[in-house]
Write a protein that binds this ligand. Structure first.
Ligand code: F0G
Length: 443
């Protein structure tokens, strides 16, 4: 607890936060958490993360660094349901774009900054596809005690996210390479300079991200959905979600867990290939590591780099791979992949349903559509998609989809396999002329 060590000194694998629940003061039922709603003058009750602190009891109150994150809600999405092949009332969107930095990362970052404060860290660092860096920058700037440096792949992060990191005043290193390169380097840097690492290799990040699942249960009146669907990048979320449900089962606060569906972008599909093609499983902890190593060796040999418009999940070496396999086993989970075309079409439908999101987030809805078509998800199942990041994070993708004609779109995004915009909401060019404007409105 009082060290910032995130790798097992013996085997080099990731560490896990494990509680002795017999010593924790847990509520009798999940419904008891609702009492916190009446204590909102207390920042720890106001936060959508720390109002569940009995389920992540690793820090004393004086260490908690919070900006009121996690006040996000579960939205019933009847206008998006038909696109996903679901009946009305069966599709929900957990809108994490509503967080202070505009993505789910704040759930994890409040927990990691709290631990950083607890261990007296003097500096923080992360590698990022954009959202982690925005969240690190926000918490670093708000608290002031833990200055941060963020490593991003040059030209690899969406504009909104870069804007945030710059605006919040942290040091931004634009590394010549992609996320996988940045991740490798930031681990080396953290060791060399003894900097506190804010990526999801940090198990305290995942503790905070568990609370997204508690809020989903809360949004359903403490009922358990049939499916939770989440995009997979570094696989921190899926790992955290599995852990959340495993623990709730262990302490008897729920009776069954939902099934997890993790959705890869087709151009960054390591998890999909390992699980569905190589048949790698958690296997009660005995993962076939030789198979995974051989997979990565071949990937390296072919120089296969992640390539997707959903830049947030453009990752080929997910650091939480093993924890995610464990979560899949715990939840009878499945893995699917979707193309960038499917992602952008789903994104337009999510937007038209009133809840904008960035491309990576829309992979969840595209994934439901595909899993529904394959009969894996049933029409009347209750399904929750986690919308991980806000639409304003990546305005470029949105504007291109809605404004460019098919030929132009193919010229810009053809390399990603995006050639058409079936759900484009095209702006109408009109002269400064009342009659013409009226005509355009009535058309
Ligand atoms: N969705 C968004 C919007 C993200 O920013 C990320 C990850 C993911 C999904 C994938 O989540 O890693 O838990 O599987 N973004 C990281 C970053 C990698 O650096 O911002 P995951």
């Amino acid at each position: 607890m009082d060290e910032a060590v995130f790798e097992c000194p013996k085997c080099g694998d990731l560490l896990d936060v494990v509680y002795d629940w017999s010593r924790a003061s847990l509520p009798k039922t999940l419904k008891d958490f609702e009492a916190k709603w009446s204590e909102q003058a207390d920042p720890l009750a106001f936060s959508g993360v720390w109002r569940f602190r009995e389920l992540l009891p690793f820090a004393a109150r004086e260490h908690v660094i919070t900006v009121g994150e996690g006040r996000t809600i579960l939205q019933r999405a009847d206008r998006v349901a038909p696109f996903a092949g679901m009946d009305a009332g069966r599709l929900y969107l957990q809108y994490e774009g509503l967080n202070p930095s505009g993505s789910f990362k704040d759930n994890g970052m409040t927990a990691a900054f709290t631990h950083a404060h607890l261990v007296g860290a003097k500096r923080a660092a992360c590698a990022s596809t954009g959202n982690t860096s925005a969240a690190v920058a926000l918490y670093s700037a708000v608290d002031g005690r833990v200055p941060a440096v963020v490593l991003v792949g040059s030209g690899k992060i969406a504009y909104g996210k870069l804007a945030q990191a710059l605006d919040y005043g942290v040091k931004v290193l634009q590394v010549q390479g992609d996320f996988d390169v940045c991740m490798k380097r930031v681990k080396e840097v953290a060791k060399e300079l003894k900097i506190y690492l804010m990526n999801s290799v940090n198990p305290f990040r995942l503790e905070g991200q568990k609370t997204i699942m508690y809020r989903i249960l809360e949004g359903l009146g403490w009922d358990v959905p049939d499916w939770v669907v989440v995009p997979g990048g570094n696989l921190g979320n899926s790992s955290a979600f599995g852990k959340a449900f495993r623990e709730l089962l262990d302490v008897g606060l729920i009776k069954r867990a939902p099934r997890l569906a993790v959705i890869n972008a087709a151009g960054a599909d390591t998890l999909y290939r390992l699980v569905n093609e190589e048949k790698v499983t958690w296997n009660g902890g005995k993962v076939d590591r030789a198979k995974v190593a051989a997979f990565y060796k071949q990937m390296e040999g072919e120089n296969r780099r992640a390539h997707t418009l959903a830049s947030a999940i453009e990752i080929n070496r997910p650091v939480n791979l093993y924890k995610c396999l464990r979560a899949l086993e715990w939840t009878r989970g499945v893995v699917e992949k979707v193309t960038d075309q499917e992602i952008l079409d789903a994104k337009a439908q999510v937007g038209a349903g009133g809840f904008g999101c960035e491309p990576a987030s829309a992979a969840s809805v595209a994934g439901v559509r595909k899993l529904r078509a394959a009969g894996v998800i049933g029409k009347t199942d209750r399904v929750v998609c986690v919308l991980t990041g806000h639409a304003l994070k990546d305005p470029h993708a949105t504007v291109a989809y809605h404004t460019k004609k098919d030929g132009e779109l193919a010229a810009e995004y053809g390399g990603y396999g995006v050639t058409s915009a079936a759900f484009a909401n095209r702006p109408v060019a009109v002269a400064d002329d009342l009659a013409k404007i009226v005509e355009a409105i009535q058309a």
